[in-house]
Design a protein around this ligand. Structure first.
Ligand code: 2P0
Length: 322
């Protein structure tokens, strides 16, 4: 059966940075994210008797079997769960404004989990779908659900899954992505986070930061307090990035444009506009704010980055069939 699914990417407000189990992708800590409407992946899967191995095409580009290990891992799990041995063809298209470098593995593996499981005849619960997506990429665990989502770290395959906190976000939070550099990142998040776990002396403190921030962030969400959500997200992001600078060898995902954007956002805040920044494993900056302030923020950032490099996103839906 040929099945197509769509999943949207998410941006963590409390970040995931480190694994306890590399194979099963069990994280060191819980995390919490907002799924976005603007950036998504459509993936079509078909298990076919005539195939001699799994096939992967992403945005028209054919992948060699050794370049698709993460995809194979998810497909192997689907074969295991559905008790069959057929190989699959996977065709994936990323929908991001311009080649933005925001096409994340989150949307890709959430879309793959849904399309592959359905194609194999499985109807998994949201929780089990998130556990399947986790086999491909940690952040994909959260993209199975829309809106505000929590990933429970757990301690094994059964206990590490995502759960929606608020699928329909009933307040005016918005995120603006500043596209600073669209080139391939130099340090993979997988390698980066492992190095931080193993070498940063701050790693134990990070676990405490996340335990505190999960509670505070959920409270801020229940209060619909966008300022507090933004403030907590910015602090959490900076503490995550401190794990890169404090690793040995040290590394960073920031570049000059990242720092420039941070300064502009702080400047806006000093003028009374409540906006906050967060960054992931790359130089692009995402701004968190109340949508009523959108115009002032765009006007302040456009002279430096160009209006075409500012993309506004709102809360988006979970993975669904097309
Ligand atoms: C996050 N990031 O919580 C964090 C914050 C980037 C910075 O999850 O190794 O692609 O596939 O589990 O999920 C990016 O890392 O890493 C990520 P793997 P993933 O969104």
């Amino acid at each position: 059966m040929k099945v197509t699914a769509r999943a949207h990417t998410n941006i963590a407000l409390v970040k995931y940075w480190g694994k306890k189990d590399q194979q099963l992708i069990i994280p060191q800590t819980d995390s919490l994210s907002l799924t976005l409407d603007k950036f998504y992946t459509d993936t079509t899967v078909e298990f076919q008797p005539e195939l001699k191995h799994d096939q992967l095409v992403v945005d028209g580009q054919v992948f060699a079997p050794k370049q698709m290990k993460k995809v194979t891992r998810v497909l192997d799990r689907v074969r295991e769960l559905s008790n069959q041995t057929l190989y699959a063809s996977v065709n994936s298209t990323n929908h991001v404004p311009m080649a933005a470098g925001l096409a994340s593995s989150a949307s890709a593996f959430a879309a793959l989990a849904l399309s592959a499981s359905r194609s194999a005849g499985l109807t998994l619960s949201g929780r089990d779908l998130s556990r399947l997506a986790r086999r491909g990429s940690g952040s994909a665990t959260r993209s199975v659900f829309g809106g505000l989502v929590e990933w429970h770290a757990g301690h094994d395959d059964q206990s590490s899954y995502a759960e929606p906190i608020m699928e329909n976000v009933g307040f005016d939070i918005e995120m603006l992505a500043i596209l600073i550099d669209t080139k391939q990142k130099k340090i993979s998040s997988r390698g980066g986070m492992q190095s931080s776990v193993e070498t940063s002396p701050f790693y134990p403190a990070w676990r405490e930061v996340v335990a505190h921030d999960m509670v505070a962030m959920k409270q801020a969400i229940q209060n619909h307090d966008i300022d507090q959500i933004g403030h907590l997200a910015e602090e959490n992001a900076m503490r995550m990035h401190a794990l890169t600078l404090s690793a040995d060898p040290d590394y960073t995902y920031f570049d000059g444009g990242t720092i420039q954007a941070m300064n502009l956002i702080k400047g806006l805040r000093n003028q009374g506009v409540n906006c906050y920044y967060t960054m992931d494993a790359g130089p692009n900056v995402k701004v968190i704010y109340n949508q009523r302030d959108r115009e002032r923020i765009i006007n302040a950032l456009a002279p430096s980055f160009g209006v075409n490099n500012l993309v506004v996103a709102q809360p988006g839906p979970g993975a669904h069939l097309l």
